[in-house]
Design a protein around this ligand. Sequence first.
Ligand SMILES: Cc1ncc(COP(=O)(O)O)c(C=O)c1O
Ligand SMILES: [Zn+2]
Length: 418
Amino acid sequence: MARIACLECVRCGNRVSAETPQTVCAVDGGVLFVRYDMETLRRTVRRERPAELAAAAGASVGMWRYAEVLPDADPVTLGEGWTPMIQSRRYAGLLVKEEGANPTGTFKARGMSMAVTMARRYGLRHLAVPSAGNAAGALAAYAARAGIAAHLFMPKDVPMANYLEGVLYGADVTMVDGLISDCARRVAERIKEQRASGVAAEEVWFDVSSLKEPFRVEGKKTMGYELVEQMGWKYPEAVFYPTGGGVGLIGMWKAFEEMEQLGWVSGRRPRMFALQAAGCAPVARAFEEGKKVSEFYEGAETFAAGLRVPKPYGDNLILEIVRSSGGCVVASEDAAILGSIEDWAKNEGVFLSPEGAAATAAYDSLLATGELRAEDRVVLFNTGAGLKYVDAVAEAMKVRRPGSLPTSLPVGGIITPV
Ligand SMILES: Cc1ncc(COP(=O)(O)O)c(C=O)c1O
Ligand SMILES: [Zn+2]
């Protein structure tokens, strides 16, 4: 595994040691990235190494096949990563990266596996997270695995699965009447109170909010390594990524930079497409208006719960990456998202999450406008399993497809075909 050289602020370049837990840059609040000695790694680590490591491990090492480019620590793992790439039946160039295959059913497992791994190494006892839902579920699982307390704050109308995960994994769950931004405020206030009241240092919660600590990005960057390795160490032409906080997109871009430094891949980087829901589209709006940062999106509402992030902390980074890669930000209406879920289930055998379906809906609209062609090589992320959303999808169907579902299931009665 790689020794961390330092943590570096992506905004001002300030460097700090990773010997103790860090949050954001103390100078300007910028995001801290983990940096390694890339010169040494370039000389010592070949790109065949991940496959050799996986073969030697026998059991599923998942994303830890990239241990050589991840922090040196004993992993808290449930088998996350190395998810399948599914070729679309209908579009020759389209591959779906099925992140629903992860433990806890979403790509959030990657970031939380890494963050909890480091938390355990630092000896942290309490982790807190404001979440749109799936990050909370993932933190609860990995914290349970590591024997660390998890404190979850999520909107009260998240899918039932997210609440249940928190309860079952034994976390301390707070359902908030508001959005992830309100949850974040509650977490920050609690930590401030704890510090002010003089509780013992080890009892003070550590906040693992998106981009406010360095390691969730580090776990999510493995999606970038994986997609390139699974394509035979070649870049696709485009990557489609459902964007809330944008951590995966930012992580993948970091992975591309690292892989180029290591000599593992070359050529033109993919165009990065950030996909949002029209009911909560701060980044799409800023993109259209040519702005460098987004504005708080008032009245956010969409059944793609993971995309209900009204003001992403790393909005400037997302916008910079999308623009410099020649991609774009597209927001889809909930009706189109539901339509895409139905389409992919019937025609491809894939039950997309609403977030993943925001990406497929945008893919369809870009094909229709000629911005993309069906043969262009695109890797599209289905960031979660549709099965985590049965209540949300059923509700959306009841509203938009009256009569398509019974009001209650025929419990206790077997329906015999006549
Ligand atoms: C299924 C799913 N997809 C996408 C996202 C957005 O992720 P990110 O914050 O990396 O943009 C989330 C966030 O909660 C999610 O749960
Ligand atoms: Zn800084």
